[in-house]
Structure formats: structure tokens, C-alpha cells
Design a protein around this ligand. Structure first.
Ligand code: M6R
Length: 647
């Protein structure tokens, strides 16, 4: 997108503008870069390098660090590809080989910034990787988010003589700071902030001063306060092993981080702000693989514990703890609307079935990304629940803002403590599932379903109902462990399953969202086409797909009605020689209908409200082992990122 090109006629110019707009729209799909900055007495290159590895889960295609060298000059080292040499084939680019020699870091610096970039404006390349250094060489920035008016700013800067060396939106920040610099670094950053539109967080270092400035508006930024050091980062992971003290910046706040662990926080207008220091709610063990081949597998196996964490302290104090999480819930609820994206949306769909069937309150679940463009009709006594693992998903955040502005009752069911959605919602429940690092969401889904059940118990004034759910929740961790008895079988059949080119995941009622979620898992980590469908809809079209390349994955559990109806759909497939894999709690009966080349996975029986928790786990394992067999990058699947922080 080079605005300086000359177009011979109006038509060409029109096409160029269209292309720019299209490119922008494509760019706006996702942005989940990670940023980190270090100021302290240790070698910040090492701290930032290790911190970047912890930010990898956010997704990236290039990486870079910037630092002040011994002479106080700014240096930047960038690479496409991976951070660590061990993650790439020999000869492929990586940051490590540029900054280490014979296993030791080549550079030593106490003021360092770093960045993992997931390309939006401009292809993944070294020149588009961050940090971006101002033309004068005095300032270097790393940026997460999108500067929406960058094109106008870039034109203005080009007119002033600034030369750009990347296609990114971010580079304008470095040049603007340089342009505004008049002897006062902080003032130059503040003036720059008044020019920027969009959602962003960025860090900047300068040749002229020995401090780091961080600014936040829309994208996350938190600050680890060590004894003699400060680490500023997109989340706590890069510093959790160095300090548990954290402050979370709010939008329109900036931090100036000095040596010796000192800092000032100010509003963008320059007013001092006192920040509360909080504790990071997890340990370093929570973010290591603990012997598992992938984070995803570790996280799947954590579910007996994470599910328990979601309810254990709450069920005996429903009327205090859970009710306090949802204070002033309207008496006459009009509707319960669950908002989310991806896996979180499917958890919301489970919620919809529970709320309508058991609380008898009208309910729906909404793709946040669609909802925000629909000008939805919202009433004051609508209860809107935003579901999010990361708490940073831009569409969900935007949907939450809309319903809040329209006066609905809002709450969040969120995993990441202190995240933007959690703060915006102001009330609701945390999942306490610990950090979910694999890009494919697993343990968050099962914990969300627990939280949804707890919330619904507030709407159902029936002690027997509540007690039956609580009793069954307490049995769940052991039942989940029973599901793992199938793991060897699933691993063994994975090579055969991996031969199919297409999957139809079929379920009815509360198992329909499970079908959607199972298919999402297969798509995103195994890269095999998989579609989730309501099994009742199957004969209205998809049944035409049945052939040797299609495997139909049925989820057949639940009440007798649903069970029988789904079984009928399975028989329709079988009578057309279709191949099936069945998740069921009724293995003996099911065997009667299946052939030798079909697959069957036994799950323990549970109540319908919790059955999605039990049923999704074999499907998580199935996609994991198929993806592993195919040699996929399971924790960081192509084109995907953990937090989707731009609409
Ligand atoms: O962090 P969130 O729960 O808000 O994320 C929503 C989706 O982006 C997420 O569930 C995504 O679909 C996952 N890759 C699914 O595994």
C-alpha cells in the first residue's frame, strides 16, 4: 500500500483505493501481537527473549527486539519465522541465531523492548517486523493493535520529509514521537497519543532518556513490578517467574518505567494516577508443559481439576458467592443472551439450551461478530453474558459495550483475571482454569459450562434441582478421568481417522453445540474440513455428502428422546454405507448397529446439563491425536492466534 504511486487515470486510482480498503478489511480480521519491555539490572536481552517465548501462544509470524547498546545507541534485531532455533528446520530464519553465539547472548542491555508480530498491515517480513525505529534513530517502538488513521498520518509525515521503511501502520508512532520531540520525551509521546485513532498498546525507548514509556488504549498492557526491575508486557506470562506484583493499565493511561523498579503512571493528559498493585493469580508451573508433548494435551488433561476449580468453592455457598457475582440480577428477566466467539460461543449455545429448558427464560446465543453489526434490540431487563477465555476478544468486547450502552444487565464469564472483558463487565465469574496456552480452547469450554450452570441455578428456584446439579458436578472430575480410559484407543485409531478428507459432526439439542465445537477443534488443529451439524438437519442436505471420504461423528447421549432421534439419524447414514464414529454412554446397544470399520467411544453417563463437558473431551483428544499424527503445529496452528484483539 504505497500511497506515493502515481495513477494515470481516475479509474486506476479508484481501483487502488478499493484495493487499499479491501486490504484494510482483511487486515482488521485479527491482530494479536505480543509486546514486552524490560528495564533493570539484568541482561534485558535474555529477559525479553524468554518473555517473547512465553508470548508465542498469541500467534506470530515474525519477531524482533530493540535495545540501547553500551554507547546509548538504539539497535534493532528482527527475524521472520520463529523465536527459537529449535523450532525451525536447519537454515530457516529465527531470532535466536541472530542474538546468540555459541549459546551465549551476543548483546547486553538493561533497556530492551521486544515484539511478536502477526501480520496485518504488510506481509510478514523483516522490514515489517517490530521494533520500528524513527528516521533519526532516536526512538524505537513496539506496538500491538491497529492505528486506524495511520494512512492519513503517514501522508502527513511523508509530506514533512519522513521516510518509511515498512508497510506497517505502527511505524507512524516512531516518526510522530520523533517529530514532536523537543527535549521532552514524555511530552513527545503524549502529543503523539493525541494523534492516534484505533486500539493499541505500545512501548517506546529513546536514545535521549533512560526509561521506557508504555501507553494503552484498547489493547492489553500490564506491568510486573520487581525489586529492581520493571517488565511491561501484553500479559503476565513473561514476568510471572520474576515477580508476582502486577499493575494493570487502563485505557488512556501511560507508564514511565525507570531503573530500580520505579515508575509513574499518568493519564494521557499527564495527570498522575495511583495504581493498585495486585497479585498474579498463577505460578510458573501453570505455563510450562509439565512433560506433555503439547500445551493442548496438558490442558485437556487438566480438566478434572479445572472443572472442579470452577465450582468447588461456590456450590456450597450458591446463595452468597454466586449471587454476589451477579448482584442485582433483574427479578423479571426478559431474556438471557450469551455473547461470544468460537468455542466461547458454543459454550453460550449450551447455556441457551439450559436457560430455556430449565429456567424457562427465553434465551439465545449470539456470534458477537454478527451481533455488533445488527443494531440489536435490547431491553433493560435483558441479561447479557459475555463469554471469553482470554477476555480480550475484540468482537465480544464490542458486543458487551453495545448491550451495556443499551442499558441491559451485563456480566462476564471469563478466564483471564483482570482482562478487558472482565473489567468492562464489572461483574460475573472467573473460571479459575489457569492460563490456556494452546491456541485451541479446551479447558475453558468445560469450565464455561460449569459457570453457566451455576449462573442458571440462580434463575431456578428449586432446591432439588440445584442439589442434583451440585451432586453431579462433584462426580464430574472422576467421570472425566474415566473418559481418559479411551485415550489409548483414540491414539491408536488416529492414523485411520486421519485418512478421511471430510467430517460431519452430528448432535441434537444440547449435543449440537458439542458437534460444532468438535468440528472446530478438528478444523483448527488438524486442518481437515469438518462441519458441525444438527443431526436432525442432516437429511435436509448434508446426507448427500456420504461417501468413502466422509466420516460422520455422532454424539449420542442425553435423554431417551434425544438419544433415540439421534440414533435414527445414525441409521440413516449407516443404511447408505456411511462410516461413523460414535460418542455414546450406551455402548452395548450401539454395537448392534455398527460395523467392524466403525468406531465407538464410551463416555460415562451424566445429566444433560453437564453432558457437553463429558462428550467434548474425547473429541478434543481425537482432534489432538489426528493432528499429531499429521505432524501439525498443534499449539500454534497456522493462521490462528490465541487472542483475537481486533474486530
Ligand atoms: O478468548 P475467547 O474465548 O474470547 O476466544 C474466542 C475464540 O477466538 C476462540 O474460542 C477460538 O475460536 C479458539 N481458537 C477455539 O479453539
Amino acid at each position: 500500500m504505497d500511497g506515493a504511486r502515481v495513477y494515470k487515470n481516475k479509474n486506476a486510482l479508484f481501483i487502488y483505493i478499493r484495493c487499499c480498503l479491501d486490504a484494510c478489511l482483511i487486515c482488521l480480521v485479527v491482530n494479536m501481537c505480543g509486546i514486552i519491555g524490560y528495564i533493570g539490572n539484568d541482561n534485558g536481552i535474555e529477559v525479553v527473549f524468554n518473555g517473547l517465548i512465553r508470548l508465542e501462544y498469541r500467534g506470530y509470524d515474525s519477531v524482533g527486539i530493540g535495545f540501547k547498546d553500551k554507547k546509548g545507541k538504539i539497535k534493532a534485531v528482527k527475524s521472520v519465522g520463529r523465536i527459537q532455533r529449535s523450532d525451525v528446520a536447519p537454515g530457516m530464519p529465527n531470532l535466536e541465531e541472530k542474538i546468540k553465539e555459541n549459546g551465549r547472548f551476543k548483546f547486553d542491555s538493561q533497556i530492551v523492548i521486544g515484539h511478536t508480530r502477526w501480520a496485518t498491515h504488510g506481509a510478514p517480513s523483516e522490514r515489517n517486523a517490530h521494533p520500528h525505529v524513527s528516521m533519526s534513530g532516536r526512538f524505537a517502538i513496539v506496538h500491538n493493535g491497529i492505528i486506524e488513521n495511520y494512512y492519513t498520518l503517514k501522508k502527513e509525515l511523508v509530506d514533512k520529509g519522513y521516510k518509511f521503511s515498512s508497510e506497517t501502520d505502527s511505524e507512524v508512532i516512531a516518526h510522530l514521537i520523533d517529530y514532536f520531540y523537543n527535549g521532552d520525551f514524555v511530552e513527545a509521546v503524549r502529543k503523539t497519543l493525541t494523534k492516534l485513532d484505533g486500539a493499541y498498546s505500545f512501548l517506546v525507548i529513546s536514545e535521549v532518556d533512560d526509561f521506557i514509556i508504555g501507553a494503552k488504549k484498547g489493547s492489553p498492557l500490564c506491568v510486573g513490578i520487581g525489586n529492581d526491575e520493571i517488565i511491561i508486557s501484553s500479559d503476565e506470562m513473561p514476568f510471572v517467574d520474576r515477580t508476582k506484583k502486577v499493575i494493570y493499565l487502563n485505557d488512556n493511561e501511560l507508564i514511565i518505567a525507570y531503573f530500580n523498579g520505579n515508575y509513574d503512571v499518568k493519564s494521557f493528559e499527564g495527570i498522575d494516577i495511583e495504581k493498585e498493585i495486585k497479585g498474579v493469580p498463577y505460578d510458573i508451573e501453570a505455563i510450562t508443559k509439565a512433560g506433555y508433548k503439547h500445551f493442548m494435551l496438558k490442558e485437556i488433561h487438566e480438566q478434572p481439576t479445572t472443572v472442579k476449580n470452577a465450582f468447588i468453592s461456590r456450590v456450597d455457598h450458591l446463595d452468597t458467592m454466586v449471587r454476589d457475582n451477579f448482584p442485582n440480577l433483574p427479578r423479571n428477566i426478559n431474556r438471557v443472551i450469551y455473547l461470544g466467539c468460537g468455542t466461547s460461543l458454543y459454550a453460550g449455545m449450551v447455556g441457551m439450551y439450559i436457560t430455556e429448558r430449565y429456567a424457562h427464560v427465553p434465551s439465545r446465543s449470539e456470534y458477537a461478530s454478527e451481533f455488533i453489526y445488527r443494531d440489536p434490540v435490547i431491553f433493560r431487563n435483558d441479561v447479557c453474558i459475555a463469554l471469553s477465555q482470554s477476555g480480550e476478544t475484540a468482537d465480544t468486547k464490542e458486543a458487551l459495550k453495545i448491550v451495556k450502552d443499551k442499558g441491559a444487565y451485563v456480566a462476564g464469564i471469563v478466564n483471564t483475571v483482570g482482562s478487558q472483558i472482565a473489567r468492562l463487565a464489572g461483574k460475573g465469574m472467573y473460571l479459575h482454569a489457569g492460563p490456556e496456552i494452546g491456541v485451541a480452547s479446551t479447558k475453558a469450554f468445560t469450565s464455561q459450562i460449569i459457570a453457566i450452570n451455576l449462573f442458571n441455578m440462580l434463575l431456578i428456584d428449586d432446591d432439588d434441582y440445584r442439589q442434583s446439579i451440585i451432586n453431579e458436578m462433584k462426580r464430574l472430575p472422576n467421570k472425566i478421568k474415566d473418559v481418559f480410559n479411551n485415550e489409548d484407543y483414540i491414539r491408536d485409531i488416529a492414523p485411520m481417522i486421519a485418512r478421511y478428507k471430510n467430517f460431519l459432526y452430528l448432535g441434537r439439542d444440547i449435543n449440537y453445540p458439542v458437534a460444532l465445537e468438535g468440528a472446530l477443534k478438528m478444523k483448527e488443529i488438524a486442518y481437515i474440513h469438518a462441519e458441525g451439524y444438527s443431526s436432525g438437519e442432516m437429511k435436509h442436505g448434508p446426507i448427500a455428502l456420504v461417501d468413502d471420504n466422509l466420516l460422520s461423528v455422532f454424539i449420542i447421549t442425553g435423554g431417551r428422546d434425544i438419544y433415540q432421534k439421534t440414533l435414527n439419524n445414525l441409521l440413516e447414514i449407516k443404511s447408505r454405507n456411511g462410516k461413523v464414529l460414535v460418542i455414546t454412554d450406551n455402548v452395548d446397544e450401539m454395537r448392534k448397529y455398527l460395523g467392524n470399520d466403525d468406531y465407538i467411544i464410551k463416555v460415562p453417563n451424566t445429566i444433560p446439563q453437564l453432558t457437553p463437558i463429558i462428550n467434548i473431551i474425547p473429541l478434543q483428544l481425537l482432534s489432538y491425536y489426528v493432528a499429531d499424527h499429521l505432524g501439525r503445529e498443534i499449539d500454534k496452528p497456522r493462521n490462528l492466534a490465541k487472542s483475537v484483539t481486533v474486530e
